[in-house]
Every structure is written in C-alpha cells, then in structure tokens.
Design a protein around this ligand. Structure first.
Ligand SMILES: Cc1cc2nc3c(=O)[nH]c(=O)nc-3n(C[C@H](O)[C@H](O)[C@H](O)COP(=O)(O)OP(=O)(O)OC[C@H]3O[C@@H](n4cnc5c(N)ncnc54)[C@H](O)[C@@H]3O)c2cc1C
Length: 389
C-alpha cells in the first residue's frame, strides 16, 4: 500500500482527466489544474482511440461515455496510391473496436466523467513553478495561487512546463518534416466502406474514412523543411493550402479526387506534425510526467491519446502499490518506457515516408503491425512490484 495520499495534476486534457480518475480508484485525491479558462470546446481535429486506449478507459469507468462520443472504425485497408489494395485488417475478436472522434468530443466526455466521479478541476491555473519540501510539493501558478500535495503530475502536453522543471535541459518536441491537413468531402470521391480506415501511400500519403453522416473525412500532409507554427499556418488562406495540396496529390488515387472535391471552408490545417524524442528524465523528486509531456508519438501513430490514457492508469497503479513516490515513479517508468518509445519510433518512420525522405513503409501482416499495440491490456487488480512487473 502506497503512502501517497494527494496529487496535483497539471493539465486538464486527455491524460490529466484520466490520471485524476485513476488516482481516485487508487485511493489518492487529485485536483486537476488547467491553464485555459474553460474546457477546450471545439478545439482540435479528429483523432482515434485504439482498442488498448478504450480497454484502459474501462478501468476508470469512462469507456462507454467515450465510445458514445465517437464512431467505430475497426477495419483498415492499406493501398498504394495507384488504386491497388495491399492489405486488409478487420480488428481483433474480443477487443473493443477503434473509435474515431473529434478531439473536443473526447475531451468533453472525459471531463464530464471526471466531474461526475467527483474530480475537482480548476481552470485558469497555469503552472509556472514548483517548490519541493520534506512533506510534499507546492505548485506555483501564474495567477499567484498555489496548491500543495504529496506529488505533482505533469499532464501538460507536448510543450510541458513540468518537463523543464524536472530537467531544464530536457528536449522539446521534434518537427516531423510535414504540415498536417484534413478535410471533408460530400461527393463519392473515394471508395469508403463505413467502419474502415483507408491509408494510401505512394508518391504521397493520404488517409480517409466515412463519417456516420455519409461524408468522407481525409487527412494528408505537405512536406516542408522549415517548420511553421500553428498560428503561421492559420495565417495562410485556405485556398492557397488547397492549391498546394492539389499540386502535390496530382495523379494520386484517391488523393487527387478527394482534394478536387474539398472546398476551402472545410479544409482543416492542423499545423506542424511533432513528436517527443526520448526524454531522459521522466521524474525527479516528487514530480513526474504522463502523456504527451513525456511520450507524444505524433499523430501518425494513431496512439497519442491511447498511450496517454494507458500511462495515466499505470501511474495510478504504481502509486497505489509501492511504498513511496520514488519507488512508484521508478516502476512506472520501467513499465512504460520501452512500449511508448517503440510506438513513437515506428510513427517516426511513417513520418519520414510522408515527408518524402524514405519510401513507403514495409507492410507487415496486420497481426505484426497492430497486435502488440492493440492487444495491450492493463490488469488493474494485479499488484505492481518495484521492478515494474
Ligand atoms: C487543443 C488541442 C488540440 C489537439 N488536437 C488534436 C488532434 O486534432 N488530433 C490528435 O491526434 N491529437 C490532438 N491533440 C493531441 C492529443 O490530444 C494528445 O496527443 C493526447 O490526447 C495526449 O493528451 P495529453 O493529456 O498528454 O496532452 P493534451 O491533450 O495536449 O493536454 C495537455 C493539457 O495541459 C494544459 N497545459 C499546458 N501547459 C499547462 C500549464 N503550464 N499549466 C496548466 N495546464 C497546462 C493544456 O492546456 C492542455 O489542456 C490536441 C491537443 C490539444 C491540447
């Protein structure tokens, strides 16, 4: 039985809300502190939650609410950019189906669940520092307020402040060499069976699937050596981005048709694709990291939210079972580092193909590609040992 009783969670995104719910199940009282003044309604594009992420959400009682916020997309078809199918995958029997949803809907569902479970969320609380003492850690906020607890958990995303408080020399996000875009098409510009996600490589990459309302949602990328910030991307008129995308995808099946039927008002520019390189220090003293702050794998993995949720649950298990925060944080890192770095590394290889720096990734069989990632189930009732087993 652990001795940690209270936690300050920094960041009320995906990882932060799940961390607080998991900690409550471990008997630890957590308060979430979010920098923005309210929920991130309408912010972010679409993302997917894989079977492993949904299985971890079941542990905190949030799986059903999150499924209801999205739609099932269990199948995958790989194609070559010339109209030829290369591989198909229809999900693993017994595992929840991958669900796609707007990031804002996922965030809304998790926030509602956390509040319903009694989690306290304070908005407008931007962490700027932390002071450790013998009996705990005090979080310092930009508004002059403070919060004291046994541990401080940084679920503050890819530009984490907590990461630099743990290690001022910690690396920052790495630009993957492409800008991300998405769009919606009403015409039948591409074959898209409901419940299947399509990926076409070739001279360029494009992915797409059919939404429950019949429209097709696509996502694609433009290689660019020099990164632009999200704000700089937004300043360029959508018509210009669309023209560049049409040029890039000329002759691509079905990229050319999808882009021809996309109008500027439905184009979503999601900004530079980024990932976190290996972070040397996951914790220091009473401070520890979870989610994108320590292992953002880039959206090419389809695993950012799922891995953040897994880590949130595993951190809570370690704090529940190990005698103090130091033992818990060590075991947590041992449980998580290899898995998240492997998935992040595979996504980096896909990003190099999207940036035109490498050929299309080899297509192993679906079991090899998805099995180890999707089949990862956390046994909440199993006790964690100090060596992270
Ligand atoms: C606005 C937004 C839109 C996104 N859109 C997409 C998308 O369209 N597709 C996709 O695949 N992924 C998207 N992501 C990333 C995706 O949500 C994450 O990969 C994943 O869910 C991991 O979640 P996380 O909780 O670790 O980080 P995040 O979901 O990024 O949450 C971090 C939270 O910490 C807060 N925060 C940051 N600094 C501080 C501070 N100093 N003090 C207090 N709070 C702080 C942020 O405001 C944010 O709410 C988005 C993230 C954000 C924040």
């Amino acid at each position: 039985m652990g001795t940690v009783r209270t936690a300050t969670v920094i960041g009320g995104g995906i990882g932060g809300t799940v961390t607080a719910m998991a900690l409550a199940r471990a008997g630890i009282e957590a308060t979430v502190h979010e920098a923005y003044p309210g929920g991130a309604d309408g912010v972010g594009a679409m993302l997917s939650l894989a079977p492993n992420g949904l299985a971890a959400l079941r542990i905190v009682g949030a799986e059903e609410a999150v499924r209801a916020a999205g739609h099932a997309v269990p199948g995958v078809v790989m194609a070559d950019g010339a109209g030829n199918r290369l591989a198909e995958f229809h999900g693993f029997p017994g595992l929840p189906a991958t669900h796609a949803m707007a990031r804002a809907d996922l965030h809304g569902a998790l926030t509602a669940q956390a509040l319903a479970q009694g989690v306290k969320i304070e908005y407008g609380r931007r962490l700027v520092g932390a002071e450790e003492g013998r009996d705990g850690v005090t979080a310092l906020f930009a508004d002059g307020g403070t919060a004291h607890a046994d541990v401080l958990i940084g679920a503050d995303g890819i530009r984490s402040t907590v990461r630099t408080l743990i290690d001022s020399a910690a690396p920052g996000p790495e630009y993957a060499g492409v800008l991300g875009f998405g769009g919606l098409v009403t015409e039948d510009a591409a074959a898209a069976e409901p419940g299947t996600m399509y990926f076409a490589f070739g001279s360029s990459f494009i992915g797409w699937w059919r939404l429950p309302d019949g429209r097709v949602c696509w996502f694609a990328s433009l290689p660019r050596t020099e990164p632009l910030t999200w704000a700089e991307v937004q300043r360029v008129p959508a018509e210009q981005w669309l023209a560049r995308l049409r040029e890039r995808y000329a002759g691509h099946v079905p990229g050319e048709r999808l882009l021809a039927h996309t109008t500027p008002d439905t184009l979503m520019a999601t900004g530079p694709m980024e990932r976190m390189p290996s972070v040397p220090h996951w914790h220091r003293g009473r401070l520890v990291l979870v989610g994108d702050a320590v292992h953002a794998p880039s959206s090419s993995s389809g695993q950012g939210a799922s891995l953040a949720i897994e880590s949130a649950v595993e951190l809570a298990r370690c704090l529940r079972d190990l005698p103090d925060h130091a033992a818990a944080f060590g075991a947590y890192e041992r449980l998580r580092r290899t898995r998240v770095e492997l998935i992040g590394g595979n996504a980096a290889a896909t990003n190099r193909a999207k940036a035109g720096q490498a050929g299309p990734p080899a297509l192993p069989n679906p079991e090899q590609m998805f099995g180890p990632v999707h089949r990862h189930l956390i046994d909440w009732d199993a006790r964690v040992s100090a060596d992270g087993q």
